[in-house]
Every structure is written in structure tokens, then in C-alpha cells.
Write a protein that binds this ligand. Structure first.
Ligand SMILES: Nc1c(NC[C@H](O)[C@H](O)[C@H](O)CO)[nH]c(=O)[nH]c1=O
Ligand SMILES: CC(=O)[C@@H](O)COP(=O)(O)O
Length: 164
């Protein structure tokens, strides 16, 4: 369903488990900083809203969305987080570079989900223009960071339940 039909920040709060015992890594791209900062605030505030504690959220920055994979991999290898949330914003420019960045980060994060036992969440906006990005980073279509945080909580809970 298109985001324009399903606000990113509207969800059934009763369906979200407590995150009080969960540990999260967040890797944030510095490209399009005003957008990615908004995604980060949305993700962090949503984690805290559902019980996560501040010291259980480890945040690192990377230059661009293409580097999200490397940053997420570092968090998985060097820390004991239960999930990694990847936040970025790729906006179409004048050349095909957009396609390669989006393909690279998508394939990279997908591979991490295959190689590691923890979930890596794809919180990356890939938009035609700045306006679409702003609409999905706390604008009329909600905040992709909120969605990514909820996804992380649910995937960690699922992993824990299946390990029992
Ligand atoms: N144009 C955007 C980029 N480009 C930079 C790449 O992500 C990467 O850092 C560079 O190619 C060096 O490896 N990154 C974004 O996150 N968003 C863009 O719109
Ligand atoms: C996604 C990008 O790398 C893109 O914004 C860069 O812009 P351009 O294609 O005009 O070089």
C-alpha cells in the first residue's frame, strides 16, 4: 500500500511489545541531514515510548546511505544489540547515481539479514524529490523512523519468542 494511503506513524499501539529489555543499534546517514535527523528523532522517541531505555540505544553516523551497510555490520559485530535500525534518505538527482546508491544499500542490508542472526531494519527513504522526503520524515505521511522503530521492536520480540 502506498505511503500516501498508510501513514507511517499510525499503528496499533496495543500490538507493540515492550522494548524494556531490548537493545538497539541505530546507524544514521549524514547525507540530507535535516531529513535523517528527523528520522532519527522519530525512531529514538518511538523506541523510548515503547519502553526502551536510553542506555540501550547505541547510535553511530555514516557519511551516506551507501555506508549504512558497513555501519550496521560494525554495530552487529562490535556490540550486543538485538537489532540494527538503518536510517537514510536518498533523493533522485540528475544522474543514475540514485539507482546505484539505492540498489547498493538495499542489497547490503538484505545481505546483513542473511548473514547475521539479528534483524536489520530498512529505514531508508528513496524519493523523487525533497518534498516527498519531508512528507515522510515527520510530515503529512508520518515518519519513516517511527515505522522502522516499531518494526525493530516487533522483529526482536519475534526472534525472542522463536528461541524459546
Ligand atoms: N546522493 C545521495 C547520497 N550519495 C552518497 C552515497 O550514499 C555515498 O556516501 C557515496 O557514494 C560514497 O560512497 N547518499 C545519500 O544518503 N543520499 C543521497 O541523496
Ligand atoms: C542519490 C545521489 O547520489 C544523487 O542525489 C546525486 O545527485 P546527481 O545524480 O545529480 O549527481
Amino acid at each position: 500500500m502506498a505511503t500516501s494511503l498508510q501513514n507511517l506513524s499510525i499503528y496499533d499501539e496495543q500490538s507493540v511489545p515492550s522494548a524494556s529489555k531490548m537493545k538497539f543499534g541505530i546507524v544514521v546517514s549524514e547525507w540530507n541531514r535535516p531529513i535523517t535527523d528527523a528520522l532519527y528523532q522519530g525512531a529514538k522517541n518511538t523506541l523510548l515510548k515503547h519502553g526502551a531505555i536510553e542506555e540501550n540505544i547505541i547510535t553511530i553516523g555514516v557519511p551516506g546511505s551507501f555506508e549504512l551497510t558497513a555501519g550496521a555490520r560494525l554495530l552487529a559485530k562490535k556490540t550486543d544489540v538485538d537489532a540494527v535500525i538503518c536510517l537514510g534518505c536518498v533523493i533522485q538527482g540528475d544522474t543514475p547515481h540514485f539507482d546505484y546508491v539505492c540498489q547498493g544499500v538495499t542489497q547490503g542490508i538484505t545481505q546483513l539479514n542473511v548473514k547475521f542472526k539479528i534483524p536489520f531494519i530498512f529505514g531508508v527513504l528513496t524519493t523523487d524529490n525533497q518534498e516527498q522526503a519531508e512528507e515522510r520524515a515527520g510530515g503529512k505521511h508520518g515518519n519513516k523512523g517511527d515505522e522502522a522503530a516499531i518494526t525493530a521492536i516487533k522483529m526482536v520480540d519475534l526472534s525472542c519468542r522463536l528461541k524459546k
